[in-house]
Design a protein around this ligand. Sequence first.
Ligand SMILES: [Zn+2]
Length: 68
Amino acid sequence: MSYRKRKPFKACKKCNALVPHEEVQCPICGSRTFSDDWEGLVIIISSDSKAAQILNKTKPHMYAIKVR
Ligand SMILES: [Zn+2]
């Protein structure tokens, strides 16, 4: 029997923001579509940081790199 540990966060399918499972709406873009199948994690602290520019994220938050 295979058992896969549940990730502590789910990822917004629209903007890749990572939010707790109990969240019903994405605090970043307002979407209600989430995925448990995501990879990588990046934390944007400042909107004018290099990482924010590369990922094209404008709001400081925690994002998944890849969402399926
Ligand atoms: Zn979102």
